[in-house]
Design a protein around this ligand. Structure first.
Ligand code: UDP
Length: 319
């Protein structure tokens, strides 16, 4: 099978490419970003890296025509972008998604749309099942542009499904593992890893009582592959994650333990990291029954074990 991953040179995409290549499929990646995370595949004859964008309609059309299954992962992701460049977030995540869906519809190719737990916003009634409400703040607060853009992408998926396109939506919950982000930027794990590597204090925002469900990459990838391949998944929305909740303070303590660093926790106000226009989410927990039952995957790697593998990878990378 030929699989197209738009945005496939990122963290999830690079691991998804590895999984499909391991199963002897052919992988095409369309990505505007760096090839660092996929460099180990560049010589593989079944791997094709096209350094271009979902706004190049001619290229997108020819790739979608050639491939059997499309994972649309190209998106502007990361808290720093929601705050610094909301235009890019909205434009790529909404208009780019429309391009992919329009051409997939033209060629009748199944699309898996990679969405996010951010779509639930700050709905306080956790755990969330896939049909639960989205609770977002004012449009003046830039952090909601990401949730809005992915929500719009999902609406387009449903609209195209009504017109006959086979689609699946997956929503990731704080997936982590090797190759996550650059050290010191991006998500909480890579920020902590940078601090731990230098034995500096680990910056916990607020009182650290906010929680996340940290999901190890291997299981997220198995679920993502199943979402594309299992006929029962078609038309569905799936939370992809663990339902084991961890406070950020506990995460910091566990990472200090796993790394063996001399760092201590330093509590900092959110404004000092993200500026005024940011709003944190207190709890984010999925219901994972659909993932377990239909996709056949349980995300049960213990956090300490996943953190150990992630830490080892980053430590080796940083040397
Ligand atoms: N966080 C933190 N210290 C940092 C960066 C993030 O305590 O240096 C917290 C942040 O406030 C949030 C959680 O870690 O509650 C997860 O943040 P991340 O940016 O990884 O992703 P999110 O789950 O918020 O999208």
């Amino acid at each position: 099978m030929k699989v197209l991953l738009t945005g496939g040179a990122g963290f999830l995409g690079s691991h998804l490419a590895d999984a499909f290549l391991k199963d002897r499929h052919e992988v095409y990646i369309l990505d505007t970003g760096s090839s660092l995370k996929i460099k180990h595949q560049l010589e593989n004859p079944k791997f094709h890296y096209i350094h271009d964008s979902v706004f190049n309609l001619e290229m997108l059309d020819s790739l979608i025509m050639k491939c059997d299954l499309i994972y649309h992962m190209a998106a502007v992701v990361g808290v720093e972008h929601y705050v610094a460049d909301p235009y890019a977030v909205l434009n790529v995540n909404i208009n780019g998604t429309q391009n992919v869906l329009r051409l997939a519809h033209k060629h009748n190719k199944k699309v898996v749309f990679t969405s996010t737990s951010e779509v639930y916003g700050r709905n306080p009634k956790v755990p969330w099942d896939e049909d639960d409400d989205r609770v977002l703040g004012s449009t003046r607060i830039d952090r909601w542009c990401y949730s809005t853009s992915k929500g719009a992408g999902e609406h387009f998926c449903h609209a195209y499904r009504k017109m006959g396109l086979p689609v699946v939506i997956v929503r990731y919950f704080n997936v982590y593992g090797p190759r996550l982000d650059k050290i010191d930027v991006g998500r909480v794990l890579t920020i902590f890893i940078g601090q731990l590597l230098r034995n500096e204090p680990v910056t916990v925002i607020g009182d650290g009582s906010q929680t996340r469900c940290f999901t190890f990459i291997d299981e997220a990838i198995r679920a993502t592959v199943a979402a594309g391949l299992k006929p029962e998944a078609e038309g569905g929305i799936f939370n992809i994650g663990t339902d084991v909740e961890t406070t950020i303070k506990d995460l910091a303590q566990l990472m200090i333990k796993v790394s063996g660093a001399k760092s201590k926790i330093k509590f900092v106000p959110k404004e000092s990291i993200y500026g005024e226009s940011y709003e944190d989410i207190q709890r984010r927990v999925p219901k994972v029954e659909k993932m377990n039952r239909i996709l056949g995957v349980k995300a049960d790697t213990p956090l300490e074990e996943g953190l150990r593998q992630t830490w080892e990878w980053f430590r080796a990378f940083a040397q």
